[in-house]
Ligand binder design. Structure first.
Ligand SMILES: C[S@@+](CC[C@H](N)C(=O)[O-])C[C@H]1O[C@@H](n2cnc3c(N)ncnc32)[C@H](O)[C@@H]1O
Length: 391
């Protein structure tokens, strides 16, 4: 394999990759994927990445820059997610422009965990949604027949560069520049679909394009508190399975290459004109990941966030229509400040009431069923009396 490229010697990257594989092995005992991290060179897929400097600005760290080379190589082979493409939120709108990560190379131990849960075998046909750098596709090609690996991304530049890098290592997966929400019907059916971007609802095309008995692994419930779900496709055209108790923190699926939708603002810039309401619910409830996940279900495309400053916990909640609430606990008790069409803290209170009645289930006690017409979350069993629609 001629993989090192001009910047790094074989001996050099292999030593770094072996250390990364050891980190993966430590995190996931017995994973069949560990060895792949030792032999697939990540640096080929991440010739540069972006990092925030002390002033909060995103700066490029490049392997081709002699002054940055050592830092670049060390970070490329660390267990870190690396931003590899930047994008503007809502370009052209009147809102404050914001530069964010538009593509990244996922944290290696998370990749290993997902690949393990994907349970893909060498004979399987796999579709990856979100090619990005191409590194995950390379890992799949290493363990599966590369002609069985399919991967799509919405951004043409990403597909072009991934194709070149994969070919430089001798891998020939099928790559397509397209909206992954539609799957890739021309090459269906697949045994496995793995999504490395977040979704609010599961595109039914993924279910339709997976053979009965096949698996779909995706982070569901975009909004910052999503969890991975593993769905098994049945012969009746439905898919069903549990959440897996770990988040991907993936960027949400975008519908065009250049438009990234602004996430709901978490901290209102103006409190002027806001109203107040009492509550008995401590904002610290959102510090519990299991509840934050359950709450996200009720917030839909809204968002919630919490932080602690000098012993005071504050939670901010933004509803899909922009209504917001900020709830603070301190020596004064708990106070809700809100504005908009309604008080979104009520949604958190309702979610907390239901979560408590259900026995405070962790994400892995919940599951998801997808049919051609509906999709809903259940607790403990697909036929549970409590269900909640995903919209
Ligand atoms: C976390 S990155 C993927 C990481 C990648 N698997 C790797 O190994 O580098 C998420 C990717 O999803 C892509 N994406 C976002 N929306 C998409 C869509 N609608 N269809 C296909 N890809 C999409 C982004 O362009 C981005 O490259």
């Amino acid at each position: 394999m001629t993989s090192a490229g001009p910047l790094v010697t074989d001996t050099e990257w292999r030593a770094h990759a072996a250390a990364l594989a050891a980190t993966v092995a430590e995190a996931l005992a017995d994973s069949e994927w560990t060895q792949a991290f030792a032999v697939v060179p990540r640096h080929v897929f991440v010739p540069r990445f972006f990092r925030r400097d002390a002033a909060g600005e995103l700066v490029a760290i490049e392997g081709s820059n002699p002054a940055q080379r050592a830092q670049w190589l060390a970070e490329v082979y660390s267990d870190t997610a690396l931003t590899t493409q930047l994008g503007q939120i809502d370009p052209g709108s009147t809102l404050r422009p914001l530069t964010i990560s538009a593509s990244s190379s996922t944290q290696p131990t998370l990749m290993a965990r997902m690949l393990t849960d994907l349970d893909a075998h060498p004979s399987h046909r796999v579709l990856e949604i979100g090619t990005g750098t191409g590194y995950n596709a390379a890992l799949l090609c290493h363990r599966l027949h590369d002609g069985h690996v399919h991967s799509v991304d919405i951004h043409p530049d990403l597909i072009r560069t991934a194709q070149t890098r994969l070919a430089s290592l001798g891998y020939q997966p099928r790559l397509g520049c397209r909206d992954g929400a539609h799957g890739w019907v021309e090459h269906a059916p697949y045994d496995r679909i793995i999504a490395t971007c977040g979704i609010s609802t599961v595109p039914y095309a993924w279910v339709a394009q997976t053979r009965p008995g096949g698996l779909i692994l995706t982070e569901a419930l975009a909004g910052g508190h999503g969890m991975l779900a593993r769905l098994t496709v049945a012969t009746d055209g439905t898919a069903c399975g549990p959440f897996l108790n770990y988040p991907g923190l993936f960027m949400a699926l975008r519908r065009t290459p250049h438009r990234i939708t602004r996430p709901a603002e978490l901290i209102p810039e103006q409190l002027h004109g806001a109203r107040h309401a009492p509550t008995t619910l401590d904002p610290a409830v959102l510090a519990e990941p299991a509840f934050a996940f359950f709450c996200q279900l009720h917030l839909g495309s809204g968002r919630s966030h919490h932080y602690v400053v000098e012993g005071t916990t504050t939670a901010t909640v933004v509803a899909p229509d922009g209504s917001w609430a900020q709830t603070t606990s301190g020596t004064h008790g708990v106070l809700v400040t809100f504005d908009g069409t309604h008080n979104p803290w009520h949604t958190v209170e309702t979610a907390h009431h239901i979560w408590t009645q259900l026995g405070r289930p962790p994400p892995c006690a919940l599951g998801l069923t997808v049919t051609p017409h509906t999709q809903y979350v259940w607790c403990q069993h697909p036929d549970s009396t409590w269900t909640h629609p995903l919209t």
